[in-house]
Design a binder for this molecule. Structure first.
Ligand SMILES: Cc1cc2nc3c(=O)[nH]c(=O)nc-3n(C[C@H](O)[C@H](O)[C@H](O)COP(=O)(O)OP(=O)(O)OC[C@H]3O[C@@H](n4cnc5c(N)ncnc54)[C@H](O)[C@@H]3O)c2cc1C
Length: 1001
């Protein structure tokens, strides 16, 4: 609830009067304006009126630049708009009707591209510097200034960031020279003003690492600012997504405090009023500008990424950083306008909006504060509010138009955002053009709108829908945008570092046992560092552990399901309160980076919370009954189980398998991975801390060679839950199938095994997304996730371009020590893993071309193997067939989607797979035909979330139900049906079920 007071009455009256004057002047201009392209208007109108058409149109516009042939274009047009009444030119309609004919397709392609270029021209000021300067000149003739923005593709690598920096440096050289030529010809040149985005200047910005990110951006921004300063050009930093707001502000402040730039007055920054943080940021900026001693410009905007921010926060379970109702953003805009006016001269206000109420208020506030028209300016976007553009200078105020320029292709992201904005239901532009509102409705204070809105229900957003799925919610991962969050994480790492090297015993029947023989766990990034010494079990310990589990079975299984579920929830609560500490252990023992370590802990919490809830579905329940007959379905625990988790998700998978087994009433022997026994030991002590009864979990680390077979073959063991390699998994299945003398059950095996996961890149894929998604899927956690991408299959003509961008994107990933916040890529788990991966890379060169891989001797003796990419890989070669379990990616060509699918399915595994495509028909086809347990479309293929993406595959990838899914618990329970004949001597009780105590069955 916003508590600031509404503007005072007399100010409000003058705002309304001013607003009315602006509105009537706009109407005059609108009548005079020549409508240059009626088709464009009809198209925009249709987008506004028809939500389904709007979605399809925006998606079609987005994919258009990737459609290289007319045939492709015609196919997409049909796929996107089948069944729509299209507001199209006669020529396009004609072309669509005859799309099977080549001549018609050519006609259609040419016409659609021309129409789309016209549409884009509404918002772009030209394709190159010459054209944009001509636009700026025309604006100047109308008394309007310009801010030029060079559109670019999203950059995915340092090479692309270099090239973007160079383009800006060229603009700063060429722009003033051309303007000087105008001046020489006797014309008044405008002062050149450029806008730029920090995401175009550094590819590795990470909220967790503000210092490293600022350094990365500053290394390219500094020369641009120095050149601008030398050339008399003013610059404004655009504000982008919330995740990088801190980095943007910090970079701005740090650079402007450097001696060469401290007295430069021509720099500005955009601030977004839709963010809840904004007033605080603005106040800090004003204080800082005072200290600096030279003013800066603040461009006050509402913010362009509202939908994105809302969806991302909703999807991730983060608090919403943006106001959730339009009136709150509007009210914040008004408060910030006042703050800005009050902060003059340290901050120079640039009121960037097309909202007439906001403009009128700024004019009146400036008057109230005694600011003259030279001391602040208005700004608008090119093409957004044509009839308003003339009104501002006419009323004696300064106006600057933000004019982007560039090719249609790189400009699409910008263009789609403008279309979205112009046609969203909350946009002032749309409301003023389509909803026939009266001036007083259009100019109403946000406070009045807010009061009205509060009495009705707020519109539901995507985010709210997503969150209401069920009562289980995924634990939000750390966003790392908050300083406090980063400091806490740093401090957990420092604390845990001091605890390295301790010893841990076995835990059998509640007793700690020191076997005298220790497994030494090393830090893979610095193998000279001992993470911990963990006692190793012998076969005798295994026998004791099995006995202890068997003795604990009866009392544990006799507890009600709800009571056992409560233990899981208590464990989750404890883990939640110590999440950073556990993440720090993962950094040191498993070589996980900040984000990966945090994700593993949150997933562990998710498993506990999820299985605790799922367990409640397995309480005894009546089945279908008939007169004189009662049927009850109950579930019984299987007995003693063995849990064998892997090292790659040392907490999450361990917790998932173990918690599902024990909540079902079983008791278990946990044999942790020998690579990550310390994390397991600490988790087991956490179970003791929450009071889990002795004997429910025995902790028995040890070498698989020494104790593995003993565990699996023990006749008292009823089930084995395993995650790991295909070789070990199938051996367990084989051993478990043998029934020993005195054994009265067949063992049940749950096994999650390997993968050789492929991602298909379709010919129309968005490469910005595909390149980053595949690099992250292949090289996140050094390629050591079961879900990691190890094959990229590229369809058609995008191959060369995809490969080039992928190589550069991968080369740009930060390799280093996992405890450093900016590191993306750390060590592999052991020296043996490192050697095995190196061998695979060497062998791969016999059949394919190694296009990226270089060793990092500076990181030795850590077990680092930097990413390797092979191109021209043959689908049947070992590189494409065998699991390497490391950062090795095979890139392959496919002539069409059919062939891509055939290559993708040519594997003994079926775990995860992915597709990047913007063709609805191709997406549908891949959904049907790609043989994988988890298919991801247009996103990375790792990072499955408990409950939302139950995880697991088939073929040689595993047997059993999906982890984190509704069926998982079944595997640890025996279903039993109890039937009683209630008919005695011809009499059966009537409503008999109501009286039954289900717990007693
Ligand atoms: C010169 C200039 C430069 C710009 N630079 C940037 C920049 O660097 N970064 C940036 O992000 N944007 C920038 N913008 C875009 C700007 O943020 C707005 O998106 C755009 O101007 C439309 O807002 P408005 O004030 O004109 O009008 P309005 O139509 O009144 O407001 C629309 C805006 O309201 C907000 N909104 C919509 N629905 C809701 C809702 N349900 N709850 C809360 N808020 C909602 C959104 O921010 C939306 O864009 C710039 C705009 C201009 C004019």
């Amino acid at each position: 609830m916003v508590t600031h007071a509404a503007p005072a009455k007399d100010l409000e009256t003058s705002v309304l009067e001013r607003g009315r004057r602006i509105l009537s002047a706009m109407q005059r201009h609108a009548k005079e304006a020549r409508i240059d392209d009626q088709w464009v208007d009809r198209f925009l109108q249709k987008i506004v009126e028809d939500e389904r058409f709007r979605v399809q149109a925006l998606r079609f516009v987005d994919v258009l630049p990737a459609l290289k042939s007319d045939g492709e274009l015609a196919r997409h047009l049909e796929e996107y708009f089948a069944g729509h009444d299209l507001p199209l030119t006669g020529l396009i309609r004609f072309g669509i009707r005859y799309t099977r004919a080549e001549w018609a397709t050519a006609l259609l392609g040419g016409t659609v591209r021309k129409a789309m270029r016209n549409l884009a021209r509404r918002f772009l000021g030209g394709a190159d510097i010459g054209e944009v300067l001509t636009t700026a000149k025309r604006l100047r003739e109308r008394g309007i200034d310009a801010s030029i923005d060079l559109l670019g593709e999203a950059i995915v690598s340092e090479a692309e960031a270099d090239s973007y920096r160079d383009s800006y440096l060229r603009l700063l050289e060429e722009g003033p020279r051309r303007l000087a030529e105008w001046a020489a010809a006797g014309e008044t040149p405008p002062q050149l003003n450029v806008s730029l985005k920090i995401t175009s200047l550094y590819s590795q910005i990470a909220p967790s690492d503000p210092d490293g990110s600022v350094e990365g951006v500053a290394s390219r921004l500094r020369p641009i600012l120095l050149a601008a300063c030398a050339q008399g050009v003013s610059v404004c930093l655009d504000m982008e997504q919330y995740d990088i707001k801190g980095v943007t502000l910090e970079c701005f402040r740090r650079l402007l405090m450097e001696p060469e730039l401290r007295s430069w007055p021509d720099m500005g920054i955009a601030i977004q009023a839709y963010l809840k943080d904004t007033e605080g940021d603005l106040k800090e900026l004003a204080e800082w500008a005072k200290t600096r001693g030279t003013p800066v410009t603040v461009r006050l905007v509402r913010g362009s990424y509202w939908d994105y921010e809302t969806v991302i926060a909703g999807q991730s379970g983060w608090p919403q950083p943006v106001w959730q109702t339009k009136w709150q953003t509007d009210a914040c805009y008004e408060r910030c306008t006042r703050l800005l006016m009050e902060s003059h001269p340290h901050l120079r206000p640039a009121i960037a909006t097309h909202n007439i109420r906001s403009i009128a208020l700024a004019m009146e506030l400036a008057r109230e504060r005694g600011l003259n028209a030279e001391q602040f300016e208005f700004q608008m976007l090119h093409g957004m509010a044509q009839s308003l553009e003339n009104v501002i200078p006419e009323q004696g105020f300064r106006l600057r138009i933000y004019v982007p320029f560039g090719e249609l292709l790189p400009g699409m992201a910008y263009f789609v955002r403008r279309l979205l904005e112009n046609t969203s239901s909350q946009s002032f532009q749309r409301m003023s053009h389509t909803q026939h509102l009266s001036p007083s409705q259009l100019l109403a204070t946000p406070h009045a709108l807010g009061a009205a809105a509060e009495s009705s229900t707020a519109p539901k957003t995507h985010a709210e829908d997503a969150l209401q799925l069920q009562s289980f919610r995924n634990e939000p991962r750390r966003r790392f945008t908050a300083r406090a969050e980063r400091l806490a994480f740093h401090s957990a790492i420092a604390t845990v570092h001091k605890l390295l090297g301790q010893s841990y015993g076995l835990a059998i029947g509640g007793e700690s046992v020191d076997s005298g023989d220790h497994l030494i766990s090393l830090n893979p990034a610095r193998p000279e560092e001992i993470v911990g010494k963990v006692a190793q079990a012998t076969p005798e310990h295994v026998e004791r552990a099995v006995e202890a589990a068997a003795s604990a079975l009866d009392p544990w299984s006799a507890l009600k399901m709800e009571r056992r579920a409560r233990y899981l929830l208590d464990t989750a609560g404890q883990l939640r309160s110590r999440r950073d500490e556990f993440a720090a252990w993962e950094i040191f023992e498993a070589g996980k980076t900040w984000a990966e370590a945090d994700a593993d802990v949150t997933e562990a919490i998710d498993f506990l919370e999820y299985y605790a809830r799922q367990a409640m579905c397995f309480a005894a329940a009546p089945g279908p009954s008939a007169p004189g007959e009662i049927n009850i379905n109950v579930f019984r625990p299987r007995g003693v189980g063995v849990i064998v988790p892997p090292w790659n998700f040392p907490l999450a998978i361990l917790t998932g398998m173990l918690s599902a087994a024990i909540v079902a009433g079983n008791t278990v022997i946990l044999k942790p991975s020998s690579q990550t026994p310390v994390i397991a030991a600490r988790f087991v002590s956490l179970l003791q801390e929450i009071g889990l009864p002795d004997g429910v979990v025995q902790f028995v680390p040890g070498s698989g060679d020494v104790i593995g077979d003993h565990l699996v073959t023990s006749p008292q063991v009823h089930f084995i839950a395993f995650t790991g390699s295909h070789a070990v998994g199938t051996r367990i299945v084989r051993l478990a199938a043998e029934t020993k003398a005195h054994q009265r059950h067949v063992k049940h095996v749950v096994a999650e095994m390997g993968g050789k996961n492929a991602v298909i890149v379709d010919s129309d894929a968005d490469l910005d997304d595909a390149v980053v998604g595949i690099a992250h899927s292949a090289f996140g956690y050094q390629g050591q996730k079961c879900s990691a991408c190890s094959r990229a299959i590229v369809v058609g003509g995008q191959y060369e371009r995809f490969l080039k961008r992928l190589i550069e994107a991968t080369r740009s990933l930060k390799i280093g020590m996992p405890e450093e916040p900016g590191t993306f890529f750390g060590p592999v788990i052991t020296a043996a893993a490192r050697d095995r991966i190196r061998k695979a890379i060497e062998a791969g060169q016999e059949s394919a071309k190694l296009v990226l891989h270089s060793e990092r001797p500076d990181l030795q003796p850590g077990y680092f193997v930097p990413p390797a990419i092979f191109s021209e890989v043959q689908p049947d070669s070992p590189l494409a067939q065998e699991e390497i379990f490391g950062p090795v990616l095979a890139v392959m060509r496919a002539k069409d989607l059919e062939q891509a699918l055939q290559i993708a399915n040519q594997s003994v595994y079926a775990l995860t797979g992915g597709l990047y495509s913007r063709s609805p028909a191709n997406i549908a086809k891949v959904r049907r035909q790609f043989q994988v347990g988890n298919l991801y479309v247009n996103r990375k293929i790792t990072g499955a979330l408990v409950g939302r993406q139950p995880f697991g595959g088939y073929k040689l990838s595993g047997l059993g139900s999906k982890a984190g899914g509704a069926d998982y618990l079944h595997q640890f329970l025996l279903p039993v049906t109890l039937t009683e004949n209630t008919l005695r001597r011809g009499f059966a009780p009537g409503d008999h079920l109501a009286d039954i105590d289900l717990a007693a069955w």
